[in-house]
Design a protein around this ligand. Sequence first.
Ligand code: IMP
Ligand code: MG
Length: 174
Amino acid sequence: MTEKKILFSKDDINSAVSRVAEKISEDYRGGELMMVCVLKGAFVFMSDLIRMIEGVDIFVDFVVLSSYGSSTTTSGEVKVLKDLHSPVEGKDVLVVEDIVDTGITLKFFKDQLLRRKPKSVKICALLDKKERREVEIELDYVGFSMQDGFVVGYGIDCDENYRNLPEIWVLKED
Ligand code: IMP
Ligand code: MG
């Protein structure tokens, strides 16, 4: 049976998202920002985040990246299943992701983006599982750092379940 318990409450999430939004507002004040949501997991975070950013002209786009399978993949191959709609050349781009785990997915995507010659690319992740990193990737904005453990809710799934939960829960096998 799978049990779950709350790791981050609605209030925790609200404070973290508003702290990140404030920092982004400061860093891009008066400019334009193309925010790229990595579907599906980041869609709830993205929608809260954009509404808390002030003084920046925000544009949004969406990508779907394939997951590279499980566990032992260090050579992990990632594919772009749905690419950006708009060109990013010369633009400030902020990639919005739910969770950075091994880092393989985002490292791959950031390298792809950089080839299109944007003005800048930064990364914003709701959850950072730093200790599980297998490739180096700099995260510019982080909601929460966490240890190992599988989380769901607030857009994040386990086999497509639980995305609608307003809190972030940790699943416990027993
Ligand atoms: P990585 O950084 O390339 O290893 O992969 C990150 C992706 O793995 C995230 O975008 C999630 O889709 C998925 N993932 C990692 N940890 C979790 C978790 O705890 N719950 C749900 N998905 C996860
Ligand atoms: Mg994801």
